[in-house]
Design a protein around this ligand. Structure first.
Ligand code: NAD
Length: 432
């Protein structure tokens, strides 16, 4: 077999050869340790499931400190070109360069490839230490908008003449009185568009339909920011009721029926729709949502939200199921097929080359990648083996410190333990 690239056909479907190239960035700090461990598990699981009929040829892309030391550039043009050409890639954490140039390598990659969905599944694995009483009730997938809102990065420092120009614009529009301290006010601009909101929400609804999940919740701050956050909510409902009319039931429909008939009729209609498999589309204001994830997490499944809300929500939910050592992530453009799967934690430089950190975040991002390319059998087999290893309390230091009677393993030993568990993990019945 010779390896070939993953491509997308004209119908928008990924074409994944049995022996495919996948580029990786090992990352800085603890990146090489967690990447080595994750790659070892993925390779072993692929070989375990497909007995040589399928394989990944990993190709290294340079980024971060390693790239800077070798090429003088934090994010070489060849790396961006490779990420574009090969469609699907995976990366460890990268140092954020201090001062000048690129604000963040991750943000640059997301912007350059227009990866508009930041997807974060939040699921608890039995035995993982958690600060909440019922972490098993948390089972959500966050779709965070990845290109607008604060990620647009439009800000003007108070002493920048452009801040003065903005202030003048406010004066002309009789809004200057809203700025209490004009001399020292910095400004930020929050762009939110209909297309940007709808492509994100479309992906979230389609995901819920494909995975037969019960609801999509639009989380927003539209009570205060009517046109940006409120726009996100309204455009979301509009999209649901037009493009997905046959597959969803919205709170708006419930309200309409209640108004035209009565509450009992609306409840009956909703119950019927949901029992026939329709996805419920609802919305919650962001601050309330942060309460709800502690009080009633079972009520939420797929979450669609703008960039800043998504940032807070992702970390709060990750904490509920065991923290950043185990939280995976993906950045996806479903239209072009481009996707970068990544560990959600940083480079933890203090622990670089100690072989002590938890590789689960990157490994689970790899599982998401395998699901994305349709190798579900391997993805599920890794999940089962990881669950077994955690249940046996054979874990890295972050979990070890919070568990009773656990066995402390190094990063590499934890990977070997998962590989050993592959033999006992049932090869998933899923047809790839
Ligand atoms: P960090 O996530 O690197 O580390 C914070 C702490 O979390 C660590 O000290 C460690 O105790 C714990 N931790 C992190 N990863 C872990 C793992 N896999 N297993 C167990 N424990 C783990 O955050 P930071 O110290 O704020 O950032 C360090 C650097 O990483 C900065 O340069 C930052 O910009 C960068 N960063 C990169 C990414 C990314 O590439 N996606 C994300 C966040 C931060």
């Amino acid at each position: 077999m010779t390896p070939t690239k993953i491509t997308m056909n004209t119908a928008g479907q990924l074409q994944v050869p049995d022996y495919c190239y996948i580029p990786f960035i090992e990352g800085d700090g603890i990146g090489p340790d967690v990447w080595r461990a994750s790659k070892a598990v993925m390779d072993a699981a692929i070989s375990h499931c497909y007995k040589g009929k399928r394989k990944i040829e990993w190709v290294e892309m340079l980024a971060g400190e390693k790239a800077f030391n070798q090429t003088g550039s934090w994010l070489p043009a060849e790396t961006l070109q490779m990420a574009k050409d090969y469609l699907v890639s995976i990366k460890g954490p990268l140092t954020t360069p201090v001062g000048g140039g690129i604000r963040s390598l991750n943000v640059a990659l997301r912007q350059e490839l227009d990866l508009y969905v930041c997807m974060r599944p939040v699921h608890w694995f039995q035995g993982v230490p958690s600060p909440v009483r019922h972490p098993e009730n948390v089972d959500m997938v966050i779709f965070r908008e990845n290109t607008e809102d604060i990620y647009a990065g439009i800000e003007f420092n108070y002493d920048d003449p452009k801040a003065k120009l903005l202030y003048e614009f406010l004066e002309v529009n009789n809004l200057a009185n809203k700025v209490r301290f004009p001399e020292t006010t910095s400004f930020g601009i929050k762009p939110v568009s209909k297309e940007g909101s709808q492509r994100l929400i479309r992906s979230a609804i389609q995901y819920a339909i494909d995975k037969k999940l019960p609801s999509v919740t639009l989380v927003h701050k539209g009570n205060i920011m009517k046109f940006t956050e409120g726009g996100f909510k309204n455009w979301g409902y509009e999209l649901a009721e037009t493009e997905f009319a046959d597959a969803v039931y919205t709170w708006g429909q419930w309200e309409k029926t209640k108004k035209e008939q009565d509450e009992a009729a609306a409840n009956k209609e909703m119950k019927q729709a949901l029992s026939s498999g329709k996805v419920l589309i609802k919305d919650v204001i962001a601050d309330n949502f942060l309460q709800q994830i502690l009080l009633a997490p079972k009520d939420y499944s797929v979450i669609a939200t703008l960039n800043l809300n998504g940032d807070y929500i992702s970390d709060a939910l990750a904490a509920a199921v065991g923290g950043i050592g185990i939280a995976p992530g993906a950045n996806i453009n479903y239209t072009t097929g481009h996707a970068v799967f990544e560990a959600t934690h940083g480079t933890a430089p203090k622990f670089a080359n100690t072989d002590t950190m938890n590789p689960s975040s990157l490994l689970l991002s790899g599982v998401m990648m395998l699901q994305y390319i349709g190798w579900n059998r391997t993805a599920n087999t890794i999940l089962e083996a990881l669950k077994t290893t955690i249940k046996r309390k054979r874990v890295t230091v972050d979990f070890y410190n919070l568990m009773h009677d656990a066995t402390l393993l190094k990063t590499s030993e934890f990977a070997q333990e998962i590989i050993k568990s592959l033999d006992n993990a049932p090869i998933s019945e899923l047809i790839d």
